[in-house]
Design a protein around this ligand. Structure first.
Ligand code: ATP
Ligand code: MG
Length: 432
């Protein structure tokens, strides 16, 4: 006898989405698709693997992602490839490669898994799903506001608007940022004793990221430090004021967070995050900003770009916590078949029902079983109705219909009556 093999498990931080969870995912995905369609955004589908160089050049060498989080490997040709840690770089690469940025504007979205070798914990995984949005060719700030309105609409639609807060900031242009960086570095150099080890290291590599520190011992130092917004030139300020004016006019509340710098190198001008305090330290559910400069960095002509990405697991965790979403059961009608004639007639009848009632979800019992055991499965399926077929019904071209959710006599119907009854029920359910 073969020795029982040890079972193989999934990779740490990479999760299966089981059938009882997938309705929540589909529910969120559908709402997101509808909102994106309402603003005229188009989907782009991108490879999961790209050349490592793409991420190094776009995200930046001294960021958390490139320094320590990428899944990089050599393929059989000896090329260095990386599982995408985010979607912005690949999306822009694709648009440049296919010439989509010549005198055109685009509003795009993509969806799929991203990979980062982080320490797995709640809300932080090694494979996680992002829905990302990127727009090209529009200088803003109108489209900057649109990004925020779109996300705001989605939060309202899925019922989490009351639990999330919008934070915004401006990073200015690269010259303003460089000037501010040296002012900031001077300031920190005057207080080396107040910087933790991480920040001392960042002082040399990516000093703006120090502003992001959550270390309470550094709070005061950061509080009293110079503020980037005070060092913006007229154009950047006008851009930022344009954005806040639109948000004010449309009644979108926001908090100015002068320490919001984002972890990636490519941002400039508008940056924003949607945060919640219901999810512990993994509280950012959506983040993005303007990255005009990245286009040239990847070999394109000077242009404009702004985008964001949302973390699906974190949004779903918030939804789950609020407990106000009940995904529908997967089945409307369950067909019970007992006897050889019933099994045959049932399969035919089921196909006829599916032909005639588009959208009705009908599951046929397969694998046999007594009336009793099939009824148990029907009930467990969550179906509203059971169609019951024995050989006697099959011979008379009839079927019994029983409501599984409301107290009601079982009725015996011919096929036409059955189709009409189910059709009416489905129509009412869909359109009421
Ligand atoms: P964090 O500060 O939490 O590490 P980040 O700045 O690295 O986030 P982004 O690169 O901006 O995140 O990604 C956008 C969104 O994707 C985040 O706001 C978050 O919702 C989600 N996200 C990022 N990393 C992970 C991860 N490892 N697991 C799950 N979701 C993630
Ligand atoms: Mg991160």
């Amino acid at each position: 006898m073969a020795k029982q093999q040890e079972a193989i498990q999934a990779i740490r931080g990479m999760h299966d989405i089981l059938p009882d969870q997938s309705p929540y995912w589909q529910w969120l995905e559908n709402h997101a698709r509808q909102v994106l369609a309402a603003y005229g955004y188009q989907e782009i589908r991108l490879p999961v693997v790209e050349k490592t160089e793409l991420f190094k050049r776009s995200i930046g060498e001294v960021t958390d992602i490139v320094e320590k989080e990428m899944y990089t490997f050599e393929d059989r040709n000896g090329d260095s490839l990386t599982l995408r840690p985010e979607g912005t770089a690949g999306c822009l690469r694709a648009c440049l490669e296919h010439g989509l940025l010549h005198n055109q504007s685009h509003r795009l979205w993509y969806y799929g898994p991203m990979f980062r070798h982080e320490r797995p914990q709640k809300g932080r995984y090694r494979q996680f799903y992002q829905l990302g949005v990127e727009t090209y060719g529009m200088p803003g700030p109108d489209v900057d506001a649109e990004m925020i309105l779109l996300t705001d609409r989605l939060w309202k639609k899925i019922g989490i608007r009351g639990k999330v807060q919008l934070q915004i900031n401006s990073l200015g242009d690269s010259a303003e940022r460089a000037a501010y960086r040296s002012i900031l570095v001077d300031y920190f150099r005057r207080h080396p004793d107040k910087l933790d080890a991480d920040s001392l290291r960042r002082l040399e590599t990516n000093p703006l990221r120090i502003l992001d520190s959550k270390n309470p011992d550094m709070a005061e130092l950061l509080q009293q430090g110079p503020v980037l917004l005070d060092h913006l030139g007229a154009e950047s300020l006008a851009h930022f004021n344009g954005l806040t004016a639109t948000l004010d006019e449309l009644g979108v509340e926001y908090r100015l967070n002068t320490r919001l710098v984002r972890g990636l190198d490519y941002y400039g001008k508008t940056v924003f995050e949607w945060v919640t305090d219901e999810l512990g330290s993994q509280g950012t559910i959506c983040a993005g900003g303007r990255y005009d400069g990245l286009i040239e960095q990847l070999g394109g002509k000077a242009n404009h770009a702004i985008g964001f990405a949302m973390g699906m697991e974190r949004i779903l965790a918030l939804v789950e916590q609020l407990d106000n979403v009940r995904p529908e059961p997967a089945v409307d009608v369950y067909m019970i078949r007992v006897g050889a004639a019933a099994e045959k007639a049932g399969m035919l009848l089921a196909e006829r029902i599916r032909d005639q009632i588009a959208g009705l979800r009908l599951q046929v019992n397969c694998g046999g079983g007594s009336f009793k055991s099939q009824f148990r499965k029907a009930d467990k399926s969550g179906a509203a109705y059971a169609i019951i077929l024995g050989d006697a019904e099959a011979e008379r071209h009839e079927a019994a219909l029983k409501s599984l959710r409301v107290e009601q006599e079982q009725s015996t119907l011919n096929h036409a009556e059955l189709l009409r009854t189910l059709g009416d029920w489905h129509h009412n359910k869909t359109f009421n």
